[in-house]
Write a protein that binds this ligand. Sequence first.
Ligand SMILES: Cc1ncc(COP(=O)(O)O)c(C=O)c1O
Length: 390
Amino acid sequence: MLNIPLMSNNITEDDKRVLADFILHSDRFTNGPKVREFEKAWSEWLGVKYSLFVNSGSSANFITMAAVREMKGAGEVILSPIGWSSDVAAAMTAGFTPVFADVDLDTFAMNEDAVIGSITDRTKAVLLTHVLGHDGMSDRVRAVCRDRGIVLVEDVCESHGALHGGAKCGSIGDVSNFSFYYAHHMSTIEGGMICTNDADMYRTFRMFRSHGLLRECDDKAYAEQVTTEYPELHPEFIFMLPGYNMRSTELNAVIGLNQLKRLDSNIEKRQANYRIFLSQLDPELYFTDFREEGSSNYAFIVLLREAHTGLFPKLVEALRKENVEFRRGTAGGGDLVRQPFVRKAYPEIRPELLPHAEYIHKYGLYTGNYPDLREEQILALCELLNGIKE
Ligand SMILES: Cc1ncc(COP(=O)(O)O)c(C=O)c1O
């Protein structure tokens, strides 16, 4: 049996030792100086001015969409059917109408013509998801968003380190979201980050993270101005926004700081694994012509070619038999418009109008790629996949 899990050893002995040491020698564990330190280090790594540590990638999505709604008002958000449920849920709960644009098969990211063709006077944001490590950025979409005052949000939750034109994905749009969930490029056990260069947005994110409280905003001049407008309120308790509590803790930040030290070398290892995988996979049977430039692979994509789609049940059976852990579709389970919460809210959305998302949903899956994976495991996996026959 091959016995390949989706992820292994993501929280190392060293992480545990650093965490234990921190616990023994500290007495402040809630959001504090370590969170600040991690946010600063993350901003430096990414190349942005501001980062805000939250308790998950989904929380990053929810705060981002709530802030966009606050700043831009109601309207439509263009997003991908291939992403994660919270991309859609965040847009919906912020009061936006989601508009889905189909994806390209070489990146699994939204097709730029489909995005541009979906823009209307009601469009407030484009939520662009970088899928499984691919660079999904489009210069044309970016330029149109800039010209029309549309907020460009990058969801980089599963693509840390992907590059677009030499810049890190997540530093290009107006705001970006990262996840540090267990199997991702780096982990804080649970955690996420919201990043931006825009001071006004950052101020709004900070307040949304902590109950909508003015005192969290980190902008003294603004806080003083607002405080004088509400003389009847106690300055410590001015709730400016319908906020959440989505803070993380010092403990998670300590792990994040330690993990950040090996993020770049881990990304290199994942990329090297991915190159071996793609070079060994049978290109007649599977798609292997994904856009590699700028990619920071998250997982091995197994997508059957049109002529062999009938093999999908055998593929699933073979992986199960060898105890190779996998997920069908993509990280979000494939075509999100098929999910009950979307269908219930928008019964008029027809999956067949998103043929590539449907194709990935039906004939795609992924297996784990992580630094500890050994070359012989990758070769054995490819042998198994290539051996699946009619
Ligand atoms: C694209 C994308 N967005 C958002 C999330 C949510 O992140 P989290 O699991 O940290 O809430 C994920 C989760 O894996 C994801 O892949």
